[in-house]
Design a protein around this ligand. Sequence first.
Ligand code: PMP
Length: 367
Amino acid sequence: MSLYWSNTVRGLVPYVPGEQPRDRAFIKLNTNENPYPPSPAVIEAIEALLAGGGETLRLYPDPLCMKLREAAALAYGVTPANVFPGNGSDEVLAFAFRAFFESSAPILFPDITYSFYPVYAALWGIPHKTIRLADDFSINPREYDDSAGGAVIANPNAPTGRALSLRDVVSIADALEKRRKVLIVDEAYAAFGAESAVSAVGDHPNLLTVHTLSKSASLAGLRVGFAIGSEALIEGLFRVRDSFNSYTLDALALAGGAAALRDRPYYDALAAKVTATRGRASAALAALGFTVIPSKANFLFIKPPRFEGGTAAEGVSAGARFLAALRERGILVRHFNSPRTADYVRVSVGSDADMESFLAACGEITA
Ligand code: PMP
């Protein structure tokens, strides 16, 4: 706390990102990174850009990000005017909250979802209400229909991995359109098996889908995200960005991101590999007695069976103890310490070798 902080900063409860260990080689299953390398075309594009002796770095990057937007438009069957690029989808989401939500009307999102949503809402002074997920962590779309301020849904949801059908997403967009409110659908993990709502953007002027190259394109370090929506929504996002920083994407991110979006075959094969590993890991965990929430993402939300491992300290949840036991064995996973998620951990789907080590550790801990 500092007496120089503004009242807003005093009141913030910032998001805490997953650990990026520097000191020790862990098997990292805690931040949903893709275990496989990005497309060689991405490396080539970045190397080609640097081969010019730094000329591209001397200049400001294209503020309209046209090459990246053209590549995204081609990949998703829309036009560049339907694409807003940002420094990771986190930034796109933050701008979208600013652009489309008001301080006068609460927005809705699930009680268990991406923990950055309440942080953005607080930063911009937007009130929010959470809607309780069903006990199986599913979303009832009808509970979002009469939102006075708009709604945000991650599809698949995080950290549960459960997905809504396109029909259900569209039905919420329809209901909110009648109220002239925006529905943001965060599709960070959609490439791993959920139905994207991009096809509905053309006839839903209030629907914004948000995407990232961090997970499906193995580019978490490049920081490229984008939104797809009606031209008017995209223009609204540019109005916010250009009141903040017109160069949110650097030249390397623009070149590498465009190359990734052009290499569909490579990434379709990666998604297939990750989802196959997910299927095998789910079955193996279920056989060990874990509760496994059905996932359409590159992670699994799991509850261990009764076990004695970790610190047995009074009041420490099963999820936290399980995380500690895995950490002792060199494996990082993520735990969310709220009452309904405390017994679970979220495990990113890693390589087959990483998942074998993880499953062996699970067997050992719960034996
Ligand atoms: N949405 C969800 C649901 C996420 O889990 C994440 C990753 N933490 C993001 C958005 C942001 O991803 P990025 O900023 O790397 O694009």
